[in-house]
Structures are given as C-alpha cells and as structure tokens.
Write a protein that binds this ligand. Structure first.
Ligand SMILES: *[C@@H]1O[C@H](CO)[C@@H](O)[C@H](O)[C@H]1NC(C)=O
Ligand SMILES: *[C@@H]1O[C@H](CO)[C@@H](O)[C@H](O)[C@H]1NC(C)=O
Ligand SMILES: *[C@@H]1O[C@H](CO)[C@@H](O)[C@H](O)[C@H]1NC(C)=O
Length: 413
C-alpha cells in the first residue's frame, strides 16, 4: 500500500507530460525517408544504471549486501520508497579520492550502463517502462513513426551522469566512434545530436575538442533542449541541503550524500561569467555568498571536497564561451518559476530547505544560462536558431508536442 501511494505521488510530481506520450505526432511519412540520423544525448539522471552488489557492509540490515545478478538501480521506482531509499543512496553515491581527484563507485557496487548506441537506456529511466519514467521516448516514438529505426538511424549515448567530462574520457572516445559508425550505416549522412540538459554541455565540451574538418564531415547540427550553458543556481541548494529533483517524493536531506558526491553537480554550479561578482546567491545569518565565494561556501556547509570537485571541473567548458562550430537549434521552456537565490535562517542553515527566491527560466535552469548560446552568435558562421515555449518546464519539453513538431521540421521528416 505504502509503495503504491509512493508511486502515485511520483506520478503526480514527475511531470505530467509522460501521461500524454501516446499521442500522434503528425502524419507518418514513408519509411526510409530519413534525412539525417539522430543520436540522443541525455542529461543528468537520463541514463539507466544496472548494479550488482558485493558490499563490505550495509547501512541498515534490510539493505541488500550481495546480489547474484544485476538489477536496475537508476531508476527503479520500486526501490525508491522511503524504507529502502537509504540503501539506494548508499549504492549510487560516489567516493572522492582527494589525492587522485577521481571518484569511484561506493565500495562493492558494480555499475553497468548498457546498450550504448541503442536508445533503450535513454528512452525510459525504469526498464519496466512505467509511464512516469519516460525520458526520450516521446521523441523517439515520433521519429520512428516518421521512418527512423531504433539502433540504426536513431541511437542513444547513455553515460555515467554522476561524473563530469574530466572523468568521462572513455565515453567521449566511444561517442566519437558512434558518430562515425552512425554516419557510415546511414549512407554517409551527417548526424544530428539531440541533447537534453547536461547532455548539451557534454556535447559542447566534445565539440570543442574536435577538429573543424571532423565536424564538417560527420555532424549536421545539434538540437539543444534546455541547455544549462552557465550552470544553474538550483545546484547551490542541492549542495547545501539536498534536492528531491522533482523525481520522487523524498526528504532532500536523505539524498544529499549521493547528490553531493556527484562531480556533475559541482560542474553545474553557476559560473562567474554568467553571474555578477556582487550578486548574492546564498545568504545565511553569518555570511552572504556570491559565485566567487565557493571555497567559503563549501567550508561552511562542511563539504570541502565540493570545492575540490568544482576546481577539477570549472575550466572544462571555458565558460561556454567557445562556439561549437556546427549548426545549433536551441529550444527551451521559459516563464516557469526558477530558483534564483536562497535565504537561510539560522535554523535552516544548512541542513533544511531554505526560502527560495525565484526568477525566470525553465524551472531548473535560469534564463541567463539557457541563453548562453547567444555568446556564439558572433563567433561562428554556422546558423544558430532559438525557439522557446512559455510555461513548459525543464522535463516537459521532452514530451511537448510543439517541441516534437519543431524537431521534425529541423530534420525535414
Ligand atoms: C587515492 O589515489 C591515490 C593516487 O592514485 C592512491 O595511491 C590511493 O590508494 C587512493 N586511495 C584510496 C583510498 O583508494
Ligand atoms: C535496440 O533496442 C530495440 C528495442 O529496445 C531492439 O528491438 C533492437 O534489437 C536493439 N538494436 C540493437 C542494434 O541493439
Ligand atoms: C548580507 O547582505 C545583506 C544585504 O546586502 C546585508 O544586509 C547583510 O548585512 C549581509 N550579511 C552579512 C553577514 O554580511
């Protein structure tokens, strides 16, 4: 009963879009009319994880210590009831080594990210395909109706979204090979990247590493949904007090250890070329913090490794100032209340949820960060377009009928 209630709450919280994913998106064109093959690049939380356990210890007696087979760790709705949430958090957290400045899985947890190149692991977060965990599936379904074929002309690039590019070099090597393979098996047609959220900054990083001749040969364009080019203020609250991410009903404090442990969270903190030096983003009775005060901020929340992770990752993107050098179509939701800054009382600081001051954005990413692509307009000759959808939030955009129609327009199918 409790579990059922939990799932119902999840359904209502997890954006409503997924309930409408079966709608028809325009009339199907003839099979084989594919113009450019597509690779789906997910964001934070957008890849399935499978885990096998052989743990030296567990935090509660009811947590599994050993499993004989791999099970779905992210995202398995059955795991995410309050009772087993602690077990889940302990399995998903990373451990930071201050000497090597690298992370590794929680001891005794083996994690697999499966079916690289296929779409299965990025269409649904829960492999049992429960509707609230739909991710890229509305877009994939629409493209399949238009003649695309899963595993051939529409492919997926799942990755360990807990990490930042400095620890994902293997992924970028595999991704480059996937682009070349996709080009080849589709009669040398250039590839379109369809990216969501953190997938955008992952791709900007990747493109910044490639030669222009490689991009000209293999890549047609990037369709960018909800790009956090300059970071998101929300990650400050996540670091200080935890964040339920709207994914499930949890006490943010319970998931904080896992969220803090992800270098990708540090990577997505607001950037100093997007926020002014005197703008207060977090305040508590004894201090005000701007984006230049991260060292003090992390000391005061008693998580100094957070500052190290930020230092490890802050230069990867070069502030999103370097243009990708390919055609880009940016799409984002707007006019949704978006956390902009946080005010803690003595009682709230730092373990409880603060008072949140909102600004414009898509509910997760602040407007100024979504508009980061404007910095490239004078820096590349390839076209940059922009479309926004009022009232559509960070996740809803993936199932929004207008977004899907616009993606089909760009692809010409
Ligand atoms: C941390 O990394 C260093 C250097 O790579 C290594 O020698 C050390 O064993 C690591 N520590 C742990 C606890 O794994
Ligand atoms: C991709 O996944 C689909 C279903 O999710 C499956 O039918 C297909 O065989 C897979 N293709 C490859 C190349 O693995
Ligand atoms: C924080 O900033 C506010 C507004 O500028 C100011 O009134 C307050 O004194 C500052 N607090 C501290 C601890 O510096």
């Amino acid at each position: 009963m409790a579990k059922r209630q939990e799932i119902l709450k999840i359904v209502s919280l997890f954006t409503v879009f997924s309930l409408f994913t079966t709608q028809i998106f325009g009339k199907p064109t003839e099979k084989g009319a594919v113009t450019n093959p597509v690779i789906l690049v997910p964001g934070d939380g957008g890849s399935q994880f499978f885990a096998k356990l052989s743990k030296p210890s567990v935090i509660h007696y009811w947590c599994s210590q050993h499993t004989t087979a791999y099970f779905s760790l992210w995202l398995n709705l059955e795991m995410v009831s309050p009772f087993v949430l602690d077990c889940f958090v302990d399995n998903l957290r990373l451990v930071y080594n201050e000497t090597s400045r690298k992370t590794s899985n929680s001891p005794g947890v083996d994690i697999q990210i499966r079916e690289f190149g296929n779409t299965s692991s990025v269409e649904w977060l829960d492999p049992s395909q429960v509707s609230p965990t739909s991710y890229f599936s509305p877009i994939a379904n629409a493209l399949v109706k238009a003649g695309y074929q899963r595993g051939k002309s529409i492919r997926g690039a799942p990755y360990d979204f807990r990490k930042a590019p400095n620890e994902l070099q293997d992924f970028f090597v595999k991704f480059k090979a996937l682009v070349e393979d996709t080009y080849k098996i589709n009669d040398n047609k250039k590839v379109v990247f369809v990216c969501h959220s953190m997938g955008n900054v992952m791709m900007l990083y990747f493109l910044n590493q490639q030669k222009q001749s490689w991009k000209d040969k293999f890549v047609s364009s990037m369709i960018s949904l909800s790009g956090p080019w300059g970071g998101a203020a929300k990650t400050l609250r996540l670091m200080a007090s935890g964040d339920n991410l709207g994914l499930f009903v949890v006490n943010p404090f319970t998931v904080r250890p896992e969220q803090r442990s992800m270098p990708s969270s540090a990577w997505l903190l607001p950037y100093d070329n997007f926020w002014d030096k005197d703008e207060i983003v977090v305040s508590q009775p004894n201090a005000n913090y701007t984006v230049h005060d991260y060292k003090q901020f992390f000391e005061d929340i008693k998580f100094p490794n957070g500052f190290h992770m930020r230092e490890d990752t802050k230069n990867l993107l070069q502030g999103s100032e370097v243009a990708p050098g390919i055609e880009v179509h940016c799409m984002n939701g707007i006019k949704v209340q978006t956390p902009a800054s946080f005010k803690y009382s003595a009682k709230q600081w730092p373990d409880r949820q603060p008072d949140t001051i909102y600004g414009d954005g898509d509910g997760t990413v602040n407007q100024r960060s979504l508009y980061g692509f404007k910095r490239w307009q004078s820096k590349q000759k390839q076209k940059i377009t922009h479309t926004e959808y009022a009232g559509v939030d960070h996740m809803q955009i993936l199932g929004h009928d207008k977004t899907i129609a616009d993606i089909r327009d760009i692809l010409g199918v």
